[in-house]
Ligand binder design. Sequence first.
Ligand SMILES: NC(=O)c1ccc[n+]([C@@H]2O[C@H](COP(=O)([O-])OP(=O)(O)OC[C@H]3O[C@@H](n4cnc5c(N)ncnc54)[C@H](OP(=O)(O)O)[C@@H]3O)[C@@H](O)[C@H]2O)c1
Length: 266
Amino acid sequence: MMTITAHPKTTLPEAASGKTMKRVVILGATSGIALEVQRQLAHEGRELLLVARSSERLAELQADLSVRGAQQVFTYAADLASVQQHASIFDFARRTFPDFDTVLLAYGSMHDQKESEMSVDVLLEELQVNFVSATALLTLFAADLERRRTGCLAAITSVAGDRGRRSNYVYGSTKGALSLFLQGLRSRLHPAGVRVITIKPGPVQTPMTDHLPNAARFADPQQVARDIVRALERRGPDVLYTPKIWRYVMAAVEHIPEGIFKRLPF
Ligand SMILES: NC(=O)c1ccc[n+]([C@@H]2O[C@H](COP(=O)([O-])OP(=O)(O)OC[C@H]3O[C@@H](n4cnc5c(N)ncnc54)[C@H](OP(=O)(O)O)[C@@H]3O)[C@@H](O)[C@H]2O)c1
């Protein structure tokens, strides 16, 4: 069992008080959205620690991002959905990248809703990947940033988490639960000066969605990544809808009365 040690609070100088982004940990570095974020961060000369489950793809990313201008690129291969592997991921980050100031959790999965209606195993896997493992990992990194009283934790949830729809409420509920977790974590870490950012994209063109109808009309991942990088640079809101129009769309969707909403065919 992994326990989290409470450390006495330390006071750090202004330079380390979380106002700058230099060293970024990406959990789920092979995601289509993360790829674009990493390219933009590399272009700005940031230092990166990439975690994903394929060592081959990590090696390719390391070479590519170094050429694009990243100061340093460390990699660590692990299955992020496996809580048993979290201690080694976190230890690697602490040893190799001890002053990391920003963490972006970007991995996730979206099964076909029908599969999780037919199989409890599929349902539980979706919960494990998108919620159970994500909150376990965020808890480790949160304790470290809280102790150092610095930095920023960000995680990608989804607009799908704002309201349960008949066609994707399993995926949506994992993302809604993660958004709620982040909301509470934000309040907890606020006194320590640690920012917590909830990223809620609408549909984006990535491998997760390329089989869906109308995928060509989904948002450009470069645009979404620009919004995310602004938020990581502390120039965006705590809850980021991207593209921005989704903030207004979801505000309207949330106001549809349940009696009407349950009859909608999507
Ligand atoms: N695309 C959208 O329309 C959209 C909209 C809203 C929110 N999001 C969210 O944005 C995040 C990034 O998604 P994306 O669109 O960039 O998707 P993507 O390109 O399909 O990337 C998914 C990432 O999650 C990892 N992953 C998937 N299943 C996993 C598992 N069982 N165990 C461990 N890792 C797993 C993948 O690793 P491998 O490369 O090893 O497979 C990959 O790094 C996700 O949280 C997603 O839910 C996406």
